[in-house]
Design a protein around this ligand. Structure first.
Ligand code: HEM
Length: 510
């Protein structure tokens, strides 16, 4: 065979392979719009954050049709935001069971890190994992210990500000990461990690290598590249680091074994007991420990970062919050008071609405042929997912000011806010914590931690966003202001005394 014929055959084989990999299967419904593949490529090329991609290419067709076809993890999938489709997807766990990245892309770093865990597992193992972990996640945690950590955070922030000078913004996210890691470790592992000071175990460097590998978009969109990735030193190192991370978590569980006897519900030790009793495999034990470490802190870290962004550029909202917290703690000291403050609660829900930490998830499949929301024909084995950012910022659901930070939309008193949250959640308009059977188990812990931390911050510090900071909302599936820098000043005692209660309803503050 001469060279040209050989090259021609190779070209044909390559084209056939590409067609086989990228073609839209006939099982994907034809009458909903498809988001072209080049959107994935451009988002990688231009390093676009989730909202940028969404607003530019996805919002319009998705708001019109309620569902679109997108490329994700090597498959064409159906992404939905219409409340009827969402509630059908979330409510019918048997028809649309979860399918984790460990099944969809088992060879990848993300698939290996995630493994078979409580969040992404299908129905069969979910009952087992839930019975083991739920009591420990839902228990009533000691808010006093969370407050001690939040207080340490403010000290460390003020110290960092002093070191960098009064006009230089400091990177806030690494500090919020350390706070939330400390709280997660105390509450779920019974271990004082002391991340805000000198971490007792060398986990930071491991995270620093693992996390960028997990969310590398090339591998996320095209997991087939992992076949080549095996030969790349950075990917190989990521697998090694996951092993090291597992050993580190094993070490924490061993160190805390004695203390854990006094806290029988601790998640880490409930998992260890289940492993010893043969209820779960060693690989499931490790996957669930890793997930406990990650989801036990990262979403709360993102929520707090977004809250600092909004409050840092809205001085009136920050002052309003400060006044509410100071007034309440003066008249009724105690941490339970903070859990019931209306403006604090409304601020947190508004941040979760505009910056849902988990912006998008495509982790369901269809177990049989069905009609999604009674309308869209779905074939067995189709991948499906949801987009919280899209739902939360849809003007048809939230009004023409859907994109505006306006905490008072949730209500003016706690009862009204709670009713509103419940109603919007049931309707499928607010899904920051998911919905129905698979909704977040750590919601109460995340919300309490955010309330305690924000109230501690406003009592000690006034902050503004560094004028040089350019907003960049990060990550392919997450929403938070990447690289946020804030400038902080310590509040003097005179200022704190002066902060008289405001009688105005907070809607007037804008
Ligand atoms: C602001 C903080 C948080 C947000 C926004 C959040 C969000 C979510 C979301 C959207 C889901 C559903 C995922 C899906 O459908 O695939 C979820 C599930 C879950 N979250 Fe959270 N989460 C937060 C904090 C926490 C914390 C602190 C924990 C503590 C361990 C936690 C543990 C879980 C678990 C175990 C599940 C799986 C529930 C199940 O499938 O039964 N989350 N979370």
């Amino acid at each position: 065979m001469d060279f040209l014929a050989y090259a021609g055959c190779l070209g044909l084989a390559g084209a056939a392979l590409l067609w086989w990999y990228f073609h839209v299967p006939s099982s994907i419904p034809r009458d909903i719009p498809r988001i072209p593949l080049y959107v994935c490529l451009l988002s990688i090329w231009w390093n676009l954050g989730h909202p940028e991609v969404y607003n530019r290419w996805i919002r319009q067709p998705l708001e019109k049709h309620g569902a679109v076809v997108v490329w994700f993890t090597g498959h064409w999938c159906i992404l939905v935001t219409h409340p009827d489709y969402l509630t059908d997807l979330f409510r019918n766990d048997e028809v649309y069971p979860k399918i984790g990245i460990n099944i969809r892309a088992p060879e990848g770093v993300l698939g290996a890190f995630s493994g078979d865990n409580i969040i992404n597992t299908g129905h069969a193992n979910w009952g087992t994992f839930t019975s083991i972990m739920k009591p420990g996640i839902l228990q009533r945690f000691d808010l006093g210990r969370i407050q001690q950590k939040a207080s340490r955070l403010t000290e460390r922030l003020l110290q960092a500000q002093k070191e960098s000078g009064p006009r230089t913004g400091i990177l806030i996210m690494p500090w919020l990461a350390r706070l939330t890691q400390d709280v997660m470790s105390l509450c779920l592992f019974g271990f004082d990690l002391q991340a805000l000071d000198e971490p007792r175990v060398p986990y930071l460097q491991l995270m620093g290598e693992i996390i960028p590998a997990l969310f590398n978009r090339w591998f996320l969109y095209f997991p087939v590249l992992e076949k080549v990735g095996k030969f790349l030193p950075s990917r190989r190192r990521a697998f090694q680091k996951i092993d090291e991370f597992d050993r580190l978590l094993d070490g924490i569980v061993a160190t805390t074994a004695q203390a854990a006897e006094k806290q029988p519900k601790l998640v880490s030790h409930s998992l260890k007991r289940a492993l010893d009793a043969g209820e779960i495999s060693y690989s499931q034990y490790r996957s669930n420990l890793r997930m406990t470490f990650m989801v036990g802190h990262d979403n709360t870290e993102f929520l707090l970062t977004s809250a600092m962004w909004e409050l840092g550029r809205n001085p009136m909202a920050q002052d309003r919050l400060r006044t509410e917290v100071l007034d309440a703690t003066r008249s009724n000291p105690g941490l339970d008071t903070l859990q019931n403050l209306p403006y604090l609660t409304a601020v947190i829900y508004e941040v979760l609405r505009l910056y849902p930490p988990v912006a998008e998830m495509i982790n369901h499949t269809s177990s049989r042929a069905t009609l999604l929301g009674g309308k869209i024909p779905i074939q067995p084995g189709t991948n499906l997912g949801w987009n919280a950012y899209g739902v939360h910022t849809n003007p048809a659901l939230w009004g023409p000011d859907a994109g505006v930070f306006r905490p008072e939309r949730w209500g003016l008193d706690l009862k009204a806010i709670q009713t509103h949250v419940r109603r919007q959640t049931m309707k499928g308009h607010f899904i920051a914590f998911g919905l129905h059977a698979r909704k977040c188990l750590g919601q109460a812990l995340g919300l309490s931690e955010a309330k305690v931390t924000l109230s501690e911050l406003v009592q000690r510090i006034r902050w503004t966003v560094d004028p040089g900071y350019q907003l960049q909302i990060g990550g392919p599936m997450l929403t938070f202001p990447v690289g946020l820098k804030v400038i902080m000043e310590e509040l003097g005692s005179a200022e704190l005394q002066e902060a008289a209660p405001l009688d105005l309803p907070f809607s007037i503050m804008y």
